[in-house]
Design a protein around this ligand. Structure first.
Ligand code: PLP
Length: 237
C-alpha cells in the first residue's frame, strides 16, 4: 500500500517477491501519479487497485475505481469478473459481480485526468512549504523518498500532544483530521486480534494528524497554518 500518497519501497518488495515467487498487488488508491525510479504507482506489481472515490487525488463524482495490470490473461479475466463473469452477453464463464465503471464517472475522470499533474504539483508546493516552514520541535514532519515518489494525498505529521494540537488548530479555524484513529487490530471487525498489542502501531495512531492539503489551497492559507503550527506553544519541547 502506497500510504498517504508515497510509493512503498517497491524495489525491495519486488526483490523479495522474486526471491520467493510471490505475486505483488499494489494498493495505489492514494498514490495516482506517484513514481519511483521512473516507474509509476500501479505499474510495479502484478496488479494494482486505484480508487477514484471523490476525495482521492483523482476523484470521480461518486464511487469509482480501476485495476491496472500488464498481465493480458488477468486483464481478460477481470473484464469478465466486473461484468457478471461474462465476456459475451448471456454467457457466464465465472461467478462475477457487477462492478463496471459507470460511464458518466469515466467521462468525468477523463477530463479530470488532464489536470492531475498540475494538481499534484500544487500539492507538492504546499507540502514543501510545510516541510520548510514548520519549525515547532513538538511536531514531527513526514519524510519523502524523493520529489516524485510522493503525491501528498494527505500531509501527516506526528505530535505527542496530538489532541491538544488538533483542538488548538480547530479553535483557529483549521480543520485537521486523523488518518487513522483506530489501528486495524483494535477494530471490532477483527475481534480475534483485539487483545493483542502492537505498541508502535498504537503510538502512531495516537500521534498522527493530517494538516490540510489540496489542489485548491491558497499559499496564504498555507502560511497561516504554518504560523499556527509554529505558535502551538502549550507543550512544545
Ligand atoms: C489506501 C486505500 N485503499 C483502498 C481504499 C478503498 O477505496 P474505495 O473506497 O474506492 O473502494 C481506500 C479508500 O479510502 C484507500 O485509501
Amino acid at each position: 500500500m502506497h500510504l498517504y500518497g508515497q510509493l512503498a519501497d517497491m524495489p525491495a518488495i519486488m526483490d523479495i517477491a522474486k526471491c520467493h515467487e510471490l505475486l505483488v498487488l499494489e494498493d495505489s488508491a492514494q498514490a495516482h501519479g506517484a513514481s519511483l525510479e521512473g516507474k509509476r504507482a500501479g505499474s510495479w506489481g502484478d496488479a494494482s487497485g486505484f480508487s477514484f472515490y471523490p476525495g482521492k487525488n483523482l476523484g470521480a463524482l461518486g464511487d469509482a475505481g480501476a485495476i491496472t495490470t500488464s498481465d493480458e490473461a488477468l486483464a481478460h479475466t477481470l473484464r469478465a469478473l466486473r461484468n457478471y463473469g461474462s465476456h459475451e452477453k448471456y454467457k457466464n464463464l465465472y461467478q462475477g459481480i457487477n462492478s463496471r465503471l459507470d460511464e458518466i464517472q469515466a467521462a468525468m475522470l477523463s477530463v479530470k485526468l488532464k489536470y492531475l499533474d498540475k494538481e499534484i504539483a500544487h500539492r507538492r508546493q504546499v507540502a514543501n512549504a510545510y516541510l520548510e516552514g514548520i519549525k515547532n520541535k513538538a511536531i514531527i514532519l513526514p519524510t519523502q523518498e524523493n520529489d516524485s515518489a510522493h503525491v501528498w494525498h494527505v500531509f501527516v505529521i506526528r505530535c505527542k500532544h496530538r489532541d491538544a494540537l488538533q483542538t488548538y488548530l480547530a479553535e483557529n479555524g483549521i480543520q485537521a483530521l486523523i488518518h487513522y484513529p483506530i489501528p486495524p487490530h483494535q477494530q471490532p471487525a477483527y475481534k480475534e486480534w483485539n487483545k493483542l498489542s502492537y505498541l508502535i502501531s498504537e503510538k502512531m495512531h495516537d500521534e498522527v494528524l493530517s494538516l490540510p492539503i489540496g489542489p485548491t489551497m491558497t499559499m496564504e492559507d498555507v502560511t497561516t497554518i504554518i504560523q499556527r503550527c509554529n505558535d502551538f506553544w502549550m507543550y512544545s519541547e
